[in-house]
Ligand binder design. Structure first.
Ligand code: LER
Ligand code: MN
Length: 271
């Protein structure tokens, strides 16, 4: 049993803020990912119009790749729409756009991630009110997810990027309050290195919440270019029988092809 390795990609029409290694025609990126030895791709989308679903299905079948996650960060990136927003109509728009991406995810048997679209705290409402807005929005999404067979992933993100749900502990606590079995935790090694007391300790403590993991080194470059102890991380994930996706979400440094190649070659030493 081992982990499957994914690569985060986006269509060439994606916003500059889409956080991916390859931003190109999907045909080009999917072929490259397969040739480099990845098992799957995570696809960053703004809306359904960016995705030719049948075309992507054909490419995935041709290159024997999975599509485990559709990522939603651009919903926030485009117009700062999010679930904590005090303005109900903006909240509803964020939910509607997320629902559309959930329908796309359902086409692939994929999950969707809830990263920046969950939103920050706002000065104009209490923290409690922002958390309630988040929880009510997530209840709506989780209900549609249950109908469609789509799981949702909440990604703790470091304090320098957002002020709401920075750590696995905070993520697990809010998921307990939500109480939806199709909403899981999605740790990201880059954020974990900043926020967790111990990366391995948090994997041990929160493994039952975890549905998917983003992989990067401490500096957000390809694994091997920073100071994370991947031997130790893989020992723990394997001992915990984590057999989900570990998806490479890194800066395209020194350039995308080199970063994508280095990352998978390095990770294949362990899985
Ligand atoms: C998204 O997966 C993520 O990790 C964010 O930090 C990107 O802004
Ligand atoms: Mn991430």
């Amino acid at each position: 049993m081992s982990q499957r390795v994914g690569l985060a990609i986006a269509p060439e029409t994606a916003l500059p803020s889409a956080f991916v290694v390859f931003r190109d025609r999907l045909e080009t990126s999917i072929k490259k990912a397969a040739q480099l030895g990845y098992d799957g791709i995570e696809l960053a989308l703004l809306d359904r119009s960016q995705a030719d679903i049948d075309g992507i299905k054909r490419l995935l079948a041709e290159y024997h790749l999975e599509l485990p996650v559709v990522s939603t960060g651009q919903i926030y990136g485009q117009s700062a729409l999010c679930f904590t927003d005090p303005d109900e109509s903006r909240r509803k728009q964020a939910i509607a756009q997320s629902n559309c991406l959930m329908e796309v995810a359902a086409e692939f048997g994929a999950m969707i991630n809830i990263g920046r679209v969950r939103g920050p705290y706002f000065d104009t409402i209490s923290r409690q009110a922002a958390e309630d807005n988040f929880l009510r929005s997530m209840e709506e999404l989780a209900a549609l997810g249950r109908k469609l067979g789509v799981d949702l992933l909440l990604e703790p993100v470091n304090r320098y990027e957002i002020d709401f749900v920075n750590s696995c502990a905070e993520g697990a606590e809010i998921l307990d309050r939500l109480g939806c079995e199709n909403v899981k935790l999605m740790p990201d090694l880059f954020h974990m290195n900043i926020e967790e007391p111990s990366i391995e300790g948090s994997f041990r403590k929160y493994i039952d919440y975890i549905g998917y993991i983003h992989f990067a080194d401490s500096n957000r470059y390809a694994p091997g270019r920073g100071h994370l102890d991947f031997a130790s991380i893989f020992t723990v994930l394997t001992a915990l029988q984590y057999d989900g996706f570990i998806t490479v979400e890194i800066l395209p440094y020194p350039e995308p092809d080199v970063a994508a190649k280095e990352a998978v070659q390095y990770l294949r030493k362990y899985c």
